[in-house]
Design a protein around this ligand. Structure first.
Ligand code: ZN
Length: 476
């Protein structure tokens, strides 16, 4: 019986600082597998990951290995040691879950440390993972504590000297400080931030002596609202609160008073809120506003609620209309909103489905021909050996590479059918997913496929929605 194993190797610095190359890891586990009857490594999963404890580092091959174990494509896994496999205790838990679910899976490591397919092995692995995690947390905590001590004492952190101070980060730079003071004055008397940004850009002022980038609106806002201007020690642009619950004051000369800083922040935050509100009201609330065009005059059609519509009443809640002539349209064409939206959504749905499933028929597995060839060759070899046409030694020597190829192809074939099933499921989910998207995202999906929809007049008394009166201009 063939036991299909996934081999996992990871480039990593050992906890002792000693590196074990991937080739070594692979050679070792392959050698171990070869010694067991039927064991075949059908695929190597190799991740390059030097940061053992860094969170949110994706290990694509580890993820693939888990997926293949879950999907039943593999009968087990083999690795150099357990340390290669888990990075965070939660990786270990995910592995253990799979081995709990599929009791027949094989778990094997060259160093033969803990066997995750047994409950004793799981317990020992958890104890070990917790201990290693604690050691790393202690290091992280030491570093964080050092930063906090610096901040608590109001001392400068690292990095470039902030705008407004000299290189010692303590003495005020008179030229830069004056620029800041004047900008504060201007803001408080109603000048817009973008105007000040333009002035600074014209003067050729740069963000910092070290980076020397031209000033931007965002950079200027950061400079003018920096808590350290009023003497506050800041961590990530927020006032740092000390152990006594009060903001910590820095050891440097301030440039303005706390009250003045608060006033500037209020002005700039106010601007931001207002800007946001305007932006929101300008946003399209309807799926096809501006995408539809009047066939009579070419103007973009906009939507509005029907004044006559009430909760529970029949007909459309909103209409798309060509604007009246005073607003640049002809006002002659309008269309009920809901059926038109629905019609276009169905078109988009079909277009997306075509996009996601490039072929209508399930794609044929490209290795099928070779797979049956290999199987055929194997059975011919075996019957030749049984019929004493060739010696057993010759037959076995020829069999081994063929068997290996068959196992690798078998993995590919199973992988292929899992992908096919996934692709089929993705197409079905699409319309539901579309419904859940916010309107801006829905519009983006529509515009990915459609450049415009030309709407022809429906004629007097035409009540029923008629798709023949639409002309869809597809995106190239
Ligand atoms: Zn028109």
């Amino acid at each position: 019986m063939v036991v299909r194993l996934g081999g996992y190797a990871r480039i990593s610095l050992d906890r002792d600082g000693e590196e074990l190359g991937v080739d070594r890891q692979m050679a070792d586990y392959r050698q171990m597998a070869a010694a067991r009857p039927g064991w075949t490594v059908v695929r190597d999963y190799i991740d390059n990951d030097l940061s053992a404890y860094k969170k949110n580092v994706v290990r694509p091959e580890f993820e693939q290995l888990l997926a293949d174990l879950k999907a039943g494509i593999l009968d087990g896994l083999i690795a150099y040691d357990l340390d290669r496999l888990w990075r965070q205790p939660r990786d270990l838990e995910r592995l253990i879950d799979i081995f709990e679910e599929r009791k027949s899976l094989i778990f094997s490591t060259v160093s033969n440390d803990y066997d995750l397919s047994t409950s004793d092995g799981q317990m020992m692995a958890r104890v070990m993972a917790a201990a290693a995690k604690k050691a790393s947390d202690d290091t992280a905590r030491r570093v964080a504590r050092k930063h906090r001590e610096l901040a608590d004492s109001g001392k400068n952190g690292g990095g470039f000297p902030p705008f407004g101070w000299k290189a010692d980060r303590i003495t005020v730079d008179p030229v830069q400080a004056e620029l800041i003071t004047k900008a504060h004055d201007a803001l408080l008397s109603g000048t817009r931030l973008s105007t000040i940004t333009a002035e600074w850009q014209e003067k050729g002022i740069r963000t910092s002596r070290n980076t020397g980038k031209p000033i931007t609106r965002v950079a200027l806002k950061g400079i003018l609202t920096n808590p350290r201007l009023a003497g506050f020690r800041a961590v990530k642009r927020q006032k740092h609160i000390g152990p006594d619950g009060k903001p910590v004051m820095g050891v440097w000369e301030p440039i303005c008073t706390p009250e003045r800083l608060d006033a500037v922040v209020a002005v700039l935050e106010g601007v931001k809120t207002q800007y946001k509100a305007n932006n929101l009201s300008n946003n399209h609330k309807y799926l096809l506003s501006g995408i539809l065009r009047c066939a009579e005059c070419g103007t973009r059609m906009m939507a509005n609620m029907r004044a006559s519509w009430k909760e529970g009443s029949k007909g459309s809640r909103f209409m798309y209309r060509c604007p009246a002539s005073k607003d640049g349209g002809c006002g002659k064409v309008s269309r009920a909103g809901e059926p038109l939206d629905l019609y276009i959504i169905n078109l988009i749905h079909d277009a997306e489905a075509r996009l996601n499933a490039p072929t209508v028929e399930p794609a044929e597995w490209p290795g099928a021909a070779r797979f049956s060839e290999v199987e055929q060759e194997i059975s011919e070899l075996i019957s030749a050996m049984n019929g004493k046409k060739i010696s057993a030694a010759t037959a076995i020597a020829m069999l081994e590479p063929l068997e290996r190829e068959r196992d690798e192809l078998g993995y590919e074939r199973n992988r292929h059918s899992v992908e096919q099933a996934k692709a089929a499921a993705a197409v079905v989910d699409l319309s539901e997913e579309f419904e859940r998207l916010p309107i801006e995202r829905q519009r983006a999906v529509v515009m990915k496929h459609i450049r415009a929809v030309v709407v022809r007049p429906a004629g007097r008394g035409a009540r029923k929605f008629n798709p023949d009166l639409l002309e869809v201009v597809w995106a190239a």
